[in-house]
Write a protein that binds this ligand. Structure first.
Ligand code: HEM
Length: 409
């Protein structure tokens, strides 16, 4: 009997599918060649894996972000827990609000603020690595990749030192933010993390209104364009977004990037011999194993792609690793090659919502890898401690990455 294989769905490419979590390339290749414009009717979604289609969708100003515009049964509404109280952060705003808020946030948070922060970022990374001195093995995620970006964001916002442990706990609790089906415990923890963080930020915003400093929150309060300023909600939700979007992603970039180097020792050696390759190596880490798995948009009625029309309310998922590994974009797309000439990737998204933190993420990753490679000239994976992938919807990273350091280091 001719048994037809069922079409892949949104669940095929979910963090909850262990096969996808562990071997995404194989599944993405199959979807890209057999179903380049895949329709999952159960959640009214289109799933894209070709680089050219992802570029088209991200750059189309007639495609929206706000989940309230998506169809009633959409996964996007579920993920964002859309109810009558839902208000989008910058990430999910559409114009004119998106342009107004993004322009104001960009005034406060830009390349110049990252450059000014750089010495402090170096200090934070260096202090964390000092604390590993003399250890024969350690979990890179727990000891460095997690606390490092968290401390950087805390520095950016000038959060009190005694609040930093709370910060880490709130942020971890919010890890399940994009989980469409959290367990009751996860939901409770998510609500606790978000409410605690929100209350704390509200208090700091009030204080900084009275006593402005050289921190990002004060800059967000001060930022104005003619009559335009940010509302209290916009300031708080932007800080919350920075904390969340800038944290787990940078942790995952460091973990995934180190794992890729360890699996490709010849690439690690090239980088050790020639540190000038580092900026290109970071772009390849981002391309090869993107910390963000997909970006979601909401369609309006349009001719769509390849004769497959989009209709209003449909969710369009652009699978980042699908586009990054598209053979039409990259030769030998599944190879990890830090000297790859074409550095194009979609790991920071694209178009109007292109990652605002990309300069900071790049600076953090460059500082982290430069110090890690210098401090540990012959690091390796700890035998018997297989790295485990996290189950975090929308993100792709490692739960732990145990490394061994030879006793002479
Ligand atoms: C947006 C990835 C680090 C702040 C985005 C988007 C992606 C992304 C894919 C676009 C989402 C969409 O279009 O729906 C990453 C990755 C990072 C990283 C892979 C690290 C490796 C950071 C950092 C910050 C940050 C460090 C700030 C501290 C933001 C903000 C947006 C954003 C504010 C929203 C921009 C908008 O909607 O206009 N990021 N990000 N990100 N990211 Fe990042």
């Amino acid at each position: 009997m001719n048994q037809q294989k069922p079409s892949p769905t949104i669940d095929t490419v979910s963090a909850f599918n262990p096969e996808f979590r562990n071997h995404p390339d194989q599944i993405l290749d199959q979807i890209r060649s057999a179903h380049p414009v895949l329709h999952d009717e159960s959640v009214d979604a289109i799933i894209l894996t070709r680089a050219k289609d992802v570029a088209q969708v991200l750059n189309d100003r007639n495609i929206d972000c706000d989940p309230r515009k998506s169809s009633p049964g959409s996964r996007l509404r579920q993920v964002h827990r859309v109810d009558e109280n839902f208000r989008p952060s910058l990430l999910r705003m559409d114009d004119p609000d998106h342009k107004r808020v993004r322009d104001l946030v960009s005034k406060a948070f830009n390349q110049a603020s990252v450059d000014a922060l750089r010495p402090k970022v170096e200090q934070i990374a260096s202090d964390l690595l000092d604390s590993l001195q003399g250890r024969s093995s350690f979990d890179l995620i727990e000891t460095f990749a997690e606390p490092f970006p968290m401390a950087v964001i805390a520095e950016l916002l000038q959060v009190d030192t005694d609040k930093r442990e709370d910060f880490l706990q709130w942020s971890k609790a919010m890890n399940q933010l994009f989980n469409p089906r959290p367990t009751p415990e996860q939901l409770a923890s998510l609500k606790w993390g978000s409410a605690s963080f929100h209350a704390y930020l509200k208090q700091i915003v009030d204080q900084r209104r009275e006593h402005r400093g050289a921190d990002l929150i004060s800059s967000l309060i001060t930022a104005h364009e003619g009559e335009n300023t940010l509302t209290e909600w916009e300031i708080i939700s932007t800080c919350e977004l920075l904390l969340f979007a800038g944290n787990v992603t940078t942790t995952d970039l460091i973990g995934n990037g180190m794992f890729a180097l360890l699996q490709h020792p010849e690439q690690m050696e090239k980088l050790r011999v020639n540190p000038a390759l580092l900026p290109g190596a970071i772009e390849e880490m981002l391309r090869y194993d993107s910390p963000v798995t997909h970006v979601a948009r909401v369609a309006r009625d349009s001719p769509g792609i390849d004769g497959c029309p989009f209709h209003a309310g449909q969710t369009i998922y652009s699978l980042v690793n699908g586009a990054n590994h598209d053979p039409a974009l990259h030769l030998d797309a599944h190879a990890f090659d830090i000297e790859r000439e074409n550095k194009r990737h979609y790991s920071f998204g694209g178009g109007a919502h292109f990652c605002l933190g990309a300069p900071l993420a790049r600076a953090e990753a460059q500082i982290a890898f430069s110090l890690l490679l210098k401090r540990f000239p012959s690091i390796s994976l700890k035998p018997g401690a297989e790295p485990v992938r996290k189950i975090t919807p929308s993100f792709r990273g490692l739960e732990s990455l145990w490394l061994t350091v030879p006793s002479t280091e």
